[in-house]
Design a protein around this ligand. Structure first.
Ligand SMILES: Cc1ncc(COP(=O)(O)O)c(C=O)c1O
Length: 476
C-alpha cells in the first residue's frame, strides 16, 4: 500500500475518532455507510474501509451484519486484530522443513494438549455413519473396493463434488474434476503442473506451512504478499508484485485462510480473478475449509468468476468428514490433462474404498445436516478460545476474528519468540504452532497459531499456563 494512501485512511480514522469522542456520533448510533462517507469526504471506498477497520480495531465502532457500522456502547470486549502483514518485496527460497517435521511429530503425541496441528475435533466427524458405510461397501462391493480407480477417480464421487460446487457459485461438470489423495496432493499436483524449479509463486502472508513445504520441495520461490487479517490478500500489493516480478502462479486460501481465518470477499475474488486473467497467471485456490463458514451463506470461490480456465480449485473432505480417508479433489481448469497425467504417474490412484465411502456419505443426504452442526460448534469454540486468550494472555496481545475454519492467529509482544515459547510449552505438556513456519522470510516470530477445534477444561487450563509463560517471557 502506498504511504499517501495509508496517511489518508489514518487521517480519516483520527477525524472520526474525534467525532465519536465529542458525541457527534453518539454511542450505539449508526455512522454513515462506507459509500456515504466516501462521497462526504471525497475519498475512495477502500480508504473509508481501511479507516473503519482501524476504528474497529481500536474498539470504537463495530460492524453489524447487513446493517452497517455502529459506535460501540462499551469499551472493546474483544482483543484487537493483528494488522495487515507487511512482508518484504523480494521472492525467497523456502527452508522450513526441520521445524515443520518437529511440529508434525509433536502433533501425534497423545500426552500433549494439542493446540498445534489444525486437526478437526474427532467428536465432530461423522465416524459412526462412515464406519457403517465402509462395512456395507466391503460386504456388498468388495471387488470394486479393492480395485484401482484410475484418474480422474470414481464418477459417483465426482458427480457429488460437482453438485456441491454449485453452492460455491461454480458450474462444474463431473469431467472437470479429479480426485486426489487429500488437498495436499492436489496443491502439489497443481504447482507441479504449472511451475518449474526457481519460479516465483505469490502467496498470502501468512501462508499455511504445508503449502510452503510444497514450494520448498519443488524448489519454488515464495513471494509473500501483504494480507489483511479478515479480507485476505491485498490486491494493490499483488498488482505491484506482478508488475515487478515474473510471477508464475498465485496461491491463496480464499475461504478461511490458515492461520488467519480470513476470507476474500466475493467482489474482491472477482477482481483477483480478472487481474490474473489479464496477465495469464494461474490461480491455485485452496478451499479446504470452505464449508466451515460462520455466516448465513457460503462464500463463493474464485473459480466462480473464472472465464479462462486459469483457476485451479482445490478442496478436500479432511476438515469435515475424515482426514484419515485422504480424499480431496481439484478442478484444474485448462491444466486438467497435465494434472491428470501427473496424478497417474505419481500415485496411480487414490484409495478406491475411501472414494466409495465418501461418495455414499454425500449421496445419503446427511452431509448438509452434519455441516450445519459442525459450523455452529466450531464458531462457538473459536469464540470461546479467543475469549480465553483475552483472559489469560497479557495486555498487548492481538487475535484474529475468523469467519470460518477453526484456527486462531495470535500476535504476542515483540520480545516473545514463538520458537522459544514452543519449547517451553512442550515442557509444560502443550503443543502449538509457532509463527515461524507460516512465512518463508520469518515474518511472524512473535505469533502463534492455536487450534480451536476442541475447547474444554484442558484447553482452558493449557491457555492459562501459556499465558503465565508469555508474561514471564515478555518481561525479559
Ligand atoms: C489450508 C490447508 N490446506 C491443505 C491442508 C491439507 O489438507 P488435506 O489433509 O486434505 O491434505 C490443510 C490441513 O491442515 C490446510 O489447513
Amino acid at each position: 500500500m502506498k504511504t499517501s494512501q495509508i496517511l489518508r485512511y489514518q487521517e480519516l480514522a483520527d477525524r472520526l475518532a474525534e467525532l465519536i469522542q465529542q458525541g457527534t456520533y453518539p454511542r450505539g448510533e449508526r455512522i454513515p455507510s462506507v459509500r456515504q462517507m466516501s462521497q462526504q469526504q471525497g475519498v475512495s471506498i477502500s480508504t473509508v474501509l481501511q479507516a473503519y477497520y482501524l476504528l474497529e480495531d481500536h474498539g470504537l465502532i463495530e460492524a453489524r451484519p447487513q446493517s452497517g457500522y455502529y459506535v460501540r456502547e462499551h469499551a472493546a470486549e474483544r482483543l484487537p486484530e493483528p494488522e495487515m502483514s507487511s512482508p518484504g518485496q523480494d521472492p525467497s527460497q523456502v527452508s522450513l522443513h526441520e521445524v515443520v517435521m518437529m511440529l508434525m511429530r509433536d502433533s501425534t503425541n497423545p500426552n500433549l494438549v494439542q493446540l498445534g496441528a489444525a486437526l478437526p475435533n474427532p467428536e465432530y466427524l461423522p465416524l459412526k455413519k462412515i464406519n457403517q458405510i465402509t462395512a456395507k461397501i466391503l460386504r456388498e462391493d468388495e471387488i470394486n473396493a479393492h480395485q484401482y480407480h484410475f484418474p480422474p477417480g470414481i464418477e459417483i464421487l465426482r458427480v457429488q463434488v460437482a453438485q456441491r460446487a454449485v453452492n460455491a457459485g461454480c458450474s462444474l461438470s463431473p469431467s472437470d474434476i479429479l480426485i486426489t489423495s487429500g488437498g495436499t496432493e492436489a496443491i502439489d499436483l497443481c504447482l507441479h503442473a504449472v511451475c518449474k524449479p526457481g519460479d516465483i509463486v505469490a502467496v498470502e502472508s501468512p501462508m499455511y506451512f504445508g503449502s510452503l513445504q510444497t514450494l520448498e520441495v519443488h524448489g519454488l520461490r515464495a513471494l509473500e504478499i501483504p494480507t489483511h487479517p479478515r479480507e485476505g490478500i491485498s490486491l494493490d500489493a499483488l498488482k505491484f508484485a506482478i508488475e515487478h516480478n515474473p510471477i508464475r502462479a498465485v496461491l491463496v486460501i480464499s475461504n478461511f485462510n490458515n492461520p488467519l481465518g480470513s476470507h476474500i470477499p466475493d467482489e474482491k475474488k472477482k477482481e483477483l480473478v480478472e487481474l490474473l486473467a489479464r496477465h495469464e497467471i494461474p490461480l491455485i485456490e485452496n478451499d479446504v475449509s470452505g464449508e466451515i463458514y460462520f455466516s448465513e451463506k457460503r462464500p463463493l470461490v474464485c473459480k466462480a468468476f473464472d472465464k479462462k480456465g486459469l483457476v485451479m480449485l482445490i478442496s478436500s473432505f479432511s476438515k469435515d468428514i475424515s482426514p484419515g480417508m485422504r480424499i480431496g479433489w481439484v478442478a484444474p481448469g485448462r491444466f486438467k490433462a497435465e494434472v491428470e497425467w501427473l496424478k497417474f504417474t505419481i500415485s496411480s490412484s487414490s484409495s478406491a474404498l475411501a472414494q466409495m465411502v465418501i461418495a455414499e456419505f454425500l449421496e445419503s443426504g446427511g452431509y448438509e445436516h452434519h455441516l450445519r452442526r459442525i459450523r455452529r460448534e466450531y464458531a462457538r469454540n473459536v469464540d470461546l478460545m479467543s475469549r480465553a486468550v483475552m483472559r489469560h494472555f497479557p495486555a498487548g496481545t492481538r487475535v484474529t476474528r475468523p469467519s470460518g475454519g477453526f484456527v486462531l492467529w495470535v500476535q504476542l509482544s515483540e520480545n516473545v519468540d514463538s520458537l522459544e515459547l514452543y519449547k517451553l510449552a512442550l515442557q509444560g505438556g502443550i503443543t502449538l504452532a509457532p509463527g515461524y513456519v507460516f512465512s518463508a522470510t520469518h515474518q511472524f516470530p512473535n505469533f502463534i497459531r492455536l487450534n480451536a477445534a476442541e475447547y474444554n477444561y484442558m484447553t482452558e487450563r493449557a491457555l492459562e499456563r501459556l499465558g503465565v509463560m508469555i508474561v514471564e517471557m515478555s518481561k525479559k
